[in-house]
Design a protein around this ligand. Structure first.
Ligand SMILES: NC(=O)C[C@H](N)C(=O)O
Length: 536
């Protein structure tokens, strides 16, 4: 039977019924939620794995799937601005190649024909890669990032490049030099950041999965604001080769998808050693799918006490509380755990991130890439003018603060102190795992998506939004953001599961078990559907 997949996100009856349910799921309601789970899956929530099977068996084709994504981009992206560039012809020729391979009986790989978008700070051969910065306007890399190449080698169709805060510096995607992305659940709100374009593209079915990068929460927070699943792998699990560095000891590439199951599939093809990145771990890559099944009995989770403090929105803390009830009902032992250093992590993170950024971004001098000042008198004048014109205000602020923190006389007071906080936090977390916890639970952010412009001129407020996501970066741990509810005003809420170093598969197993019991990851943003309908 031929099965058209021209549109991934549809409001089927089961989803509409679910969306009209109260935003919080209580223990009593869990049974009802589970029974809804037995209703047929909508195409929005069909696992990538199943869609690949239907491409392989020629029920549908890569070209048809791509057409669906392209028509959604045409309809929806003028409202959301998730993409910075889409190379339609190139994507169509990739899809045709996959279909031809299948017609010849050749298996293109586990992602055969799946349209995937790439955050624009990850190199794509022959496609613009700007990091949403004017300093890289017009830059086209000569090679693919290792993660991108591995997706292509597994049959994925690379669709386009998604918007971000310039060089990943921000939490709302408003610091892009080119356009601000809007939250598809409420177009007056931010999609989160810095991988806001990737999150909005997945949430609206403008692609089936996307790559993002996470330095202090940039995959997990936008995933949570847009109601999808975002996975930050252990540091070193995926090669950083081809990632435009922001803060090298923290940067991680990872997937944004509809489900933990889809994230596991992408992890399988991207993870592993890489001769081009000495920080990519040589430890063997597990078979992620082998870990997905089964309940959570025998696992112990620690809810981080400090993360449910009074500053956290009540709707958020209630939703996280309900998520822990679901985890308990799946057999997990859930207790509380304290991370006394949590209140210091944001300050430490920003000192480290700014310092590393000031070194990494020194390469953008107008000589090799992008913007170059034309009427400079000499070379140092040319560097200064090119950088002044090429970088946005937020990037300049961070580079100046980072240079200051590393300067002689201040190094001990700032950089060294921040590294000590990093060590103390890592120690806190190690103690928790040594005491027998398998994972830590926190909200992803203290609030749901905020209004466009609300924090734009208050960088400290913007930074404080990262408190719960930063620990996994400072300690190099794997962490996933999972949708776990909606607010009264129809905004998604996410909770976070942080695992032990290099136990990425355990984190995804927990995510999958949770998603087998709930439907929150199947929520679709109707605001966009409505505004598209209005505009036609
Ligand atoms: N890049 C990230 O992970 C986001 C973080 N808000 C930052 O600005 O550094």
């Amino acid at each position: 039977m031929s099965m058209p997949i021209t549109c991934f996100v549809t409001s089927t009856n089961s989803i509409s019924r679910f969306l009209s349910r109260p935003s919080l799921i209580s223990r009593q309601k869990l049974r009802c939620c589970r029974s809804l789970r037995t209703t047929p899956r909508s195409s929005a929530s069909r696992p990538i794995n199943e869609i690949v099977q239907s491409i392989r068996s020629r029920e549908t084709s890569a070209s048809r799937l791509l057409d669906g994504a392209l028509s959604r981009i045409e309809e929806i992206d003028p409202h959301v601005n998730a993409y910075l560039s889409v190379d339609v012809e190139d994507a169509q020729s990739q899809a045709r190649r996959i279909d031809e391979q299948i017609a010849r009986g050749k298996d293109p790989g586990p992602l055969a024909g799946i349209p995937i978008s790439i955050k624009d700070n990850i190199s794509t051969k022959g496609q613009p890669t700007t990091a949403a910065s004017r300093i890289l306007d017009g830059f086209t890399p000569a090679y693919n990032a290792t993660a991108v190449q591995r997706l292509i080698d597994s049959g994925a169709v690379i669709l386009g490049k998604t918007n971000l805060d310039e060089f990943g510096m921000g939490g709302s995607t408003e610091y892009s030099a080119f356009t601000e992305t809007r939250n598809p659940w409420d177009l007056s709100r931010v999609p989160g950041g810095s991988s806001g374009g990737s999150a909005a593209a997945v949430a609206t079915g403008m692609c089936m999965a996307a790559l993002g990068t996470d330095t202090g929460g940039s995959i997990r927070q936008p995933a949570s604001f847009c109601g999808i699943t975002g996975f930050k792998p252990s540091y070193g699990r995926i090669s950083r080769h081809g990632l435009l560095a922001y803060a090298s000891s923290l940067d991680t590439i990872g997937p944004l998808c509809r489900s933990a199951e889809d994230a596991a599939l992408l992890m399988q093809v991207m993870a592993g050693a890489d001769g081009m990145d000495s920080t990519a771990s040589k430890s063997p890559v597990p078979t992620f799918s082998a870990y997905l099944e089964g309940d959570l009995s025998g696992l112990r989770f620690g809810v981080v006490e400090e993360s449910l403090a009074s500053e956290v929105d009540t709707e958020v803390s209630n939703a996280v509380q309900n998520a822990t009830d679901v985890l308990k009902s799946l057999g997990a032992d859930v207790q509380t755990v304290s991370l006394p250093f949590l209140s210091h992590v944001t300050a430490a993170y920003y000192v480290i991130a700014y310092s590393e950024a000031s070194a990494n971004l020194a390469r953008y001098d107008g000589v090799r890439y992008g913007t170059r000042a034309v009427d400079a008198q000499n070379s140092s004048d040319m560097y200064a003018q090119s950088r002044a014109a090429g970088f946005g205000g937020e990037v300049k602020r961070r580079l100046m603060a980072g240079t200051y923190a590393l300067s002689s006389g201040y190094y001990d007071a700032y950089y060294l102190k921040a590294q000590r906080v990093r060590a103390a936090l890592t120690n806190d977390i190690k103690k928790a795992f040594a005491a027998g916890f398998d994972a830590l639970i926190t909200p992803v952010a203290a609030t749901p998506a905020f209004k466009l412009g609300e924090k734009l001129h208050d960088p400290v407020l913007m930074m404080l939004g990262d408190t719960f996501t930063i620990p996994a970066n400072l300690s190099g741990l794997p962490a996933v953001s999972l949708p776990c509810g909606k607010t009264e005003s129809n905004l998604p809420i996410g909770f976070q599961v942080i695992g032990e170093y290099m136990k990425d598969e355990v984190v995804l197993k927990i995510g999958h078990a949770y998603q087998q019991a709930t439907l929150y990851h199947e929520m679709v943003p109707r605001a966009v559907e409505a505004s598209v309908a209005l505009s036609v």
